[in-house]
Design a protein around this ligand. Sequence first.
Ligand code: ATP
Ligand code: MG
Length: 425
Amino acid sequence: MTTLPVSTFQAPRGTYDLLPPDSATFLAVREAISAPLRNSGYGYIETPGFENVELFARGVGESTDIVSKEMYAFTTKGGDELALRPEGTASVLRATLEANLHKTGSLPVKLWYSGSYYRYERPQKGRYRHFSQVGAEAIGTEDPALDAELIILADQAYRSLGLRDFRILLNSLGDKECRPVYRDALQGFLRELDLDEETRRRIEINPLRVLDDKRADVQKQLVGAPLLRDFLCDACKAYHEEVRELIGAAGVVFEDDEKLVRGLDYYTRTTFEFVHDGLGAQSAVGGGGRYDGLSEMIGGPALPSVGWALGVDRTVLALEAEGITLELPASTSVFAVPLGEEARRILFGVVTELRKAGVATDFAYGGKGLKGAMKAANRSGARYALVAGERDLAEGVVQLKDMSSGEQAPVALGELVATLQAKLA
Ligand code: ATP
Ligand code: MG
């Protein structure tokens, strides 16, 4: 074995490690985002971290940045063309179709997921090559209440974390009736502008994406561009009105944003984004929308669906930006400190017993002296320390020390579990 050079201790560019104690916040955010979903009929789904590259090429869209620039695609030793998943929706729909969930259960199929996603992006604060999302998809039903439900649940998730400085941007992208008419009109407008080669190409492949261009000189030229709002067919208009009314009635505040197009090809009708004003350039904390055509795009039957994905990394940054510290209980309640070899053996047995009884307990390992062990007990955040030496054990007791008051009293070994359970309840 050779020792590793120092540089190999460096996580790959654009990635970072989640470490205690901060990792607890990350877990709590995942928990908080998924809680409203779990409470609303969504079942948990987990799909592989990679898929056939074709799924994303067809399902996310060849012309999107995600597929054309950001995807980690590779050929395996066996010759399979795979890609690390850049997003969740295509995989969840693929899994639904593979397992026939849309035929075996009642519609909509409601699923939530949580995991790692990979995009080859230019790393910066809030933009990483490996990041985490919690997402939800409601598959197989066209009903404005379903779109509203998802927006309301995301709002609820953010509010439960104490976030306040986020905004919900809402738009409708139309459907296969009205969107092509708008697309033509937009292309006509865009072709007259003074734009670079790449953007000109984009006008022909995916003109709506040009509206999303972040460059100021481009945005200036876009003033006066035809708006989708003015092209929506009656069915899309009525659908969108209903979504707006339902979320409004739920007390969820939103802003109409006619320019919101989102980066994925598969969206139809309802589209929305959650932005946080304390995050600078990477302001989108989550987004989603309706994707009525996606199932057919990947070779399945017509399955009108709606979903969202919220970024866990950026949600954590949003908490920091608002100065919110989540109140997380210390993970260890009791810390056991043995004094001497015999005490070590007996106290270790007590620790196992406490853990079985559901009391979060840790132990001073490595034969530390009393001082070092008490320091470890302090660091653990435990409310109680159990200290026992030979003499205590001979009397059948351990010393129970309240870490905040410093008070200490002997407790009989046989009563320890019940005593601690009562004190911690
Ligand atoms: P952006 O416009 O910032 O690139 P996006 O439209 O590509 O975002 P989505 O594909 O809608 O993002 O993903 C949903 C959420 O996932 C985003 O709102 C964001 O919180 C998070 N996310 C996306 N890409 C990254 C990334 N590279 N690093 C960290 N979080 C990300
Ligand atoms: Mg992006």
